[in-house]
Design a protein around this ligand. Sequence first.
Ligand code: MN
Length: 132
Amino acid sequence: MKRARILIVEDNPVNLKLASIILEAANFQVLEAGDASQAREVINTTTPDLILMDIALPGMDGLALTRLLKADEKTRHIPIVALTAYAMRGDDEKAKAAGCDSYITKPIDVGKLPDQVAEILGRSDGEHKRSV
Ligand code: MN
């Protein structure tokens, strides 16, 4: 079975490495980007099966990048999961408005992240945009 390819877009290197290690340990293939321009470079050469998208990024933020990807025929099918800060109320609504398919609140739960990602991947095989 093909390993699902997950792109993590996160500017905090510790958070990025943590999520990456957890998902690799759960047998996902992980791609990393520290900002929107790096993410776009990755997506130009490789199509991820799912994107974990930090909202607060230097330069173009995660919401703007989500809008771009969802406006593009080549990338609109890729499920985007917003990483929203628990303390930032309203981020989930903003993520939904920008086109995110789902969201996970930070700090991420290392025990749950692989199952959360697998669940969203399974859901995206069928119906898109069922819940945020
Ligand atoms: Mn950030």
